[in-house]
Design a protein around this ligand. Structure first.
Ligand code: SDX
Length: 375
């Protein structure tokens, strides 16, 4: 018997939600290539596809959007909760702590049936963007901007964080980012979510636990660290020296590498294209120049190990151009991944098999207790 470090390459579940070919750089949601969805779909339609396994009819789509929009507004007690949290709390911690509290308002919270799945989905999709935007405004000491149900999903978030209605391109680009971040087979945070529901805990507990897992710098937390790294490089005019020093210390360069992709992450490609689109309007950006040079150097050093940019490498620069503050990059990732987490929870719960792996014990046996005075 051997330990499989990080369960690398070990299947723990059968799933039909998404598919990755790491060698070819292919990602499909329910069999549809991510490039098709990013071009033609929107985040709520893609969320429906992920959770229910098919693209919605017009009626199904309109009902789903309306159910999400019915959940955009926060109860006064939730706003007070946000006002009472220490302002220096990281928004991922705010999200992780407040999501279980949202179940208090869900009359389907007791029984883990289809009604619970659906109400958790529309409740979280509706409220999480409002929670993040409200938290940002409270932290900045600015007036809270109420959701505007007349806006599309992505547009509404950009409006609530800034108080300014985004232009159509910004809203469309942000919505596409949400599509790209929605789902990615059994990544660490999705695995966390299905481990939690395997005990028959509810979907709010599963999503809150997944937020905790996503916050780590080896996972969703990388997008924030990439931004800090690029800003640090702005003052160092020796990117090669920086890369060689990190590699000589066996340190990971944030935004590069992936457990599955051994080629360019297809999502990173789409994000880079959208970045170029926005830059054509907003003019050149120092961070893009640095990122492009850094990418070239890292590829040169690590191509042999098949290490390429992943989704987190360019996303932060794009978010900064959309007016999203750096500490909200990973929370935006979480906001999108709610659909993927709930899709997998819904799918896994049918297995109804408790996750309880084993270990290889390498400690002692029958050791005598030694009283304190004799130690
Ligand atoms: C996400 O799983 C998903 O699908 C995640 C995600 C999703 O949508 O859910 O795609 C989102 O989390 C993207 C990844 C974001 N994380 C980062 O950008 C952090 C930096 N990346 C690395 O930490 C790393 O690439 C991982 C964690 C992403 C994957 O690491 P693995 O598969 O555990 O591989 P490893 O750490 O064992 O590295 C293998 C080799 C090592 O060299 P050797 O010891 O064999 O000589 O590759 C090297 C590593 O040193 N390596 C890197 C590197 N990533 C791997 N070296 C420098 N910089 C890196 N970023």
């Amino acid at each position: 018997m051997e330990v499989y470090a990080g369960l690398a390459g070990i299947p723990v579940v059968k799933s039909s939600i998404s598919y990755i070919d790491g060698e070819k750089g292919v990602l499909e949601y329910r069999g549809i290539p991510i490039e098709e969805l990013a071009k033609n779909s929107n985040f709520l339609e893609t969320s429906y596809l992920l959770v229910f396994g098919k693209l919605p009819s017009k009626e199904e789509y309109e009902k789903f959007v309306s159910d999400v929009k019915d959940n955009l507004f926060l109860d006064r007690s939730i706003i007070q909760f946000l006002k009472d949290i220490p302002p220096e709390t990281h928004p991922m911690k705010v999200l992780q702590s407040i999501i279980p509290v949202l179940s208090a308002f869900d009359e389907n919270k007791e029984v883990l049936d289809e009604k619970h799945h659906y109400s958790a989905l529309v409740n979280l999709l509706g409220k999480v963007p409002t929670i993040l935007a409200t938290w940002k405004r409270i932290k900045e000491g600015k007036e809270i901007v109420m959701p505007d149900p007349s806006l599309d999903y992505g547009e509404n978030f950009l409006y609530m964080i800034s108080g300014r209605k985004p232009d159509k391109l910004e809203g469309r680009i942000f919505d596409r980012c949400l599509i790209l971040h929605a789902e990615h087979t059994i990544n660490a945070s999705t695995f966390t979510a299905i481990v939690v529901v395997s005990t028959l805990a509810d979907f709010y507990s599963a999503v809150s636990s997944a937020v905790g897992s996503l916050s780590g710098r080896l996972h969703g937390g990388a997008n924030e660290r990439v931004y800090y790294m690029l800003n640090e490089l702005k003052h160092i005019n020796d990117i090669e020296g920086y890369v060689d020093q990190k590699l000589s210390r066996k340190e990971r360069i944030m935004g590069f590498g992936h457990r599955v992709y051994k080629t360019y992450d297809p999502r990173a490609k789409i994000i880079k294209e959208m970045l170029d689109q926005i830059l054509s309007l907003k003019g050149n950006n120092e961070l893009v120049r640095i990122a492009t040079e850094l990418e070239k150097i890292v590829l040169d050093r690590l191509k042999g190990k098949k290490i390429y940019p992943n989704i987190d490498f360019y996303s932060g620069i794009l978010y900064s151009l959309l007016g999203i503050p750096v500490e909200f990059y990973t929370p935006v990732f979480a906001m999108a991944r709610i659909s993927g987490w709930i899709a997998h929870c819904k799918e896994y719960i049918r297995e109804n098999k408790l996750f309880r792996p084993t270990q290889i014990y390498d400690g002692g046996h029958n050791i005598r207790y030694l009283p304190l005075e004799k130690r």
